[in-house]
Write a protein that binds this ligand. Structure first.
Ligand code: HEC
Length: 149
């Protein structure tokens, strides 16, 4: 009578429940695909004009800029392989960058991504932060290893 129970307990001890085991193996920075899709839509709407549809830095407005827009596929490669999500978010936002960085050609998205008609009072900053997070999630998926241009 007890045997089948023991077999199940043993299996759980050795292998762990399949669901849990999978959760442990998930990459730490995995994000829901719909976040990445939403980030891509925002990117195409707001960023591709300078950075290009694939983030290569070849948007249609390039010739009008003094500074070439960064190749956004190489954010990590330029930093020894680490994608600095927080730093990227702060840069995109732009409101908290020190003026010591000199002239910035990229717009201050922390202002520009605000809802034109705020949905709920007090939520304005949450909306901006959410959009920037989705953009960062999308940019993470673009990263290539090669540092060469
Ligand atoms: C008007 C052109 C323009 C637009 C639009 C634009 N950028 Fe940029 N971006 C630049 C330029 C130019 C740089 C290089 C730094 C500077 O501003 O001098 C840059 C740099 C960056 C960097 C820094 C990369 C690094 O390795 O440090 C990130 C990240 C970035 N842009 C993301 C975005 C995102 C996301 C959007 C859309 C929300 C966007 N950009 C829209 C022009 C633009």
């Amino acid at each position: 009578m007890l045997r089948p129970v023991l077999v199940v307990v043993f299996a759980l001890l050795v292998g762990g429940p399949p669901g849990l085991a999978r959760a442990d193996e998930a990459p730490r920075e995995s994000v829901h695909p719909s976040f990445v899709e939403a980030g891509q839509a925002l990117f195409r709407q707001h960023c591709a004009v300078c950075h290009g549809m694939e983030g290569r830095g070849d948007g249609v407005a390039v010739s009008a800029l003094k500074t070439p827009p960064s190749d956004l596929r190489k954010i990590a490669a330029r930093r020894g392989g680490t994608f600095p999500a927080g730093e990227v978010a702060t840069w995109i936002d732009g409101r908290f960058e020190s003026p010591a960085h000199g002239s910035r050609e990229m717009p201050i998205w922390g202002n520009a991504l605000r809802d034109t008609e705020p949905r709920a009072p007090g939520l304005e900053q949450e909306v901006v932060r959410g959009k920037i997070d989705m953009l960062v999630d999308y940019l993470r998926t673009l990263q290539v290893e090669d540092e060469a241009p």
